[in-house]
Design a protein around this ligand. Structure first.
Ligand code: HEM
Ligand SMILES: *[C@@H]1O[C@H](CO)[C@@H](O)[C@H](O)[C@H]1NC(C)=O
Ligand SMILES: *[C@@H]1O[C@H](CO)[C@@H](O)[C@H](O)[C@H]1NC(C)=O
Ligand SMILES: CC(=O)N[C@H]1CO[C@H](CO)[C@@H](O)[C@@H]1O
Length: 320
């Protein structure tokens, strides 16, 4: 009798539980999913150390527009434009790596693993390769069926801390979450067009170390017809390593973009910055937590959305 009740309870709870993100969502349906994604990322990383930065930014842009639903991957068609065609998408990279991981996963489990989960897993794996924390990440996201450039509303690099925070608050993220996630600028690059205003013009930006300003002027001054918008590392210390060096740099006035420097200077966030600069363990722990939290923003689960066959296109509508 008790067994029967337990069975009945399970019967009702299981479908509910499966309609939520959970660690190891594909354990039964596609046991090799996580290891295949991981191997694909590792193979690419051997020849391209910039992959962690590319994926981090892609994951952020995906989650902050319509939730983490892979809407950022949709290619525009002649009939309709997608998120990729919005201004702030500018220079998001790594789409071909997601395609490759998806192909490898599809080869063993057809239409089982979502593109949204592939972005999430690949980002997690790339983080660890770049020296960042490795963490268990819940899966079970479904892919969205909408991608609209008019919905792309992301913070720009010249906003103040409190202006940027409005974007995070709208997603239920705290100031600590924002200060932690901006630690992603510990890897990767920015194009000169995003910080040129700080180093050119009549008034030099006094919040920037003059030696850094000079270095950046040299980089951006080398613009040419072939390379009209050069790039500079966001973290001048350890440019390819996911660590707390970024926080040390911005405390020494060595933030490249205005938002990065503001993070260290603004009273609203400077406490987090000094704590992370001084305690690498704290940063690693909090970064992993904040990434998991970001990965939960407005996700589609259960029967919502779909599992895309090709990450760049919605599934063809089934006709009956
Ligand atoms: C206030 C919030 C943020 C602003 C204003 C911002 C802005 C920017 C801008 C303008 C760039 C330069 C892009 C380029 O020139 O190609 C950039 C790069 C980058 N951002 Fe952010 N970002 C923010 C938050 C985040 C978050 C939350 C993450 C991830 C968790 C992130 C990850 C990255 C990475 C990794 C790069 C380097 C990309 C590469 O090397 O391709 N950013 N960000
Ligand atoms: C934020 O939390 C509120 C209250 O729990 C909820 O109604 C809202 O949908 C959440 N927003 C996002 C973007 O998760
Ligand atoms: C650094 O942060 C960790 C993790 O939160 C904590 O256990 C430790 O006590 C902190 N160390 C110092 C020196 O504050
Ligand atoms: C990666 C990508 O597709 N970027 C596009 C972003 O949007 C601009 C137009 O605003 C396109 O020119 C880019 O190709």
């Amino acid at each position: 009798m008790r067994l029967k009740i337990a069975f009945l309870v399970l019967l009702f709870i299981l479908p509910l539980a499966s309609a939520q993100l959970r660690v190891g969502f594909y354990r039964r349906s596609c046991p090799r999913a996580e290891s295949i994604v991981k191997a694909t990322v590792a193979r690419r990383f051997r020849t391209d150390k910039s992959i962690p930065a590319a994926l981090l930014r892609m994951h952020f842009h995906d989650c902050f527009v319509r939730g983490c639903d892979a809407s950022i991957l949709i290619d525009s068609t002649r009939k309709s434009q997608s998120e990729k065609d919005a201004g702030p998408n500018f220079s998001v990279r790594g789409f071909d790596l997601i395609d490759e991981a998806k192909r490898n996963v599809e080869a063993v489990c057809r239409r089982t693993v979502s593109c949204a989960d592939i972005i999430t897993l690949a980002t997690r794996d790339a983080m660890a390769l770049a020296g960042g924390p490795s963490y268990a990440v819940p899966t079970g996201r479904r892919d969205g069926v909408v991608s609209n450039p008019d919905e792309v509303n992301l913070p720009g690099p010249s906003l103040t801390v409190s202006q940027s925070f409005q974007f995070f608050k709208a997603k239920n993220m705290t100031m600590d979450d924002m200060a932690t996630l901006l630690g992603a600028h510990s890897v990767g690059v920015a194009h000169c067009s995003f910080f040129l205003d700080r180093i050119s013009g009549p008034q030099p930006d006094r919040t920037m170390d003059p030696a850094l300003a000079k270095k950046l002027s040299n980089i951006c001054g080398a613009a040419s017809a072939r390379n009209p918008d050069p790039t500079a590392f966001l973290d001048q210390g350890t440019s390819f390593t996911m660590d707390n060096q970024f926080y040390k740099e911005i405390r020494m006035k060595r933030g490249v973009m205005k938002i990065d420097q503001e993070l260290a200077n603004d009273r609203l966030s400077s406490g987090f910055v000094s704590r992370y600069a001084l305690n690498s363990t704290l940063f690693r722990t909090r970064f992993a937590q904040a990434m998991v939290k970001m990965g939960r923003i407005e996700v589609l689960v259960g029967k919502a959305g779909e599992i895309r066959q090709n990450c760049r296109a919605f599934n063809p509508r089934r006709r009956f």
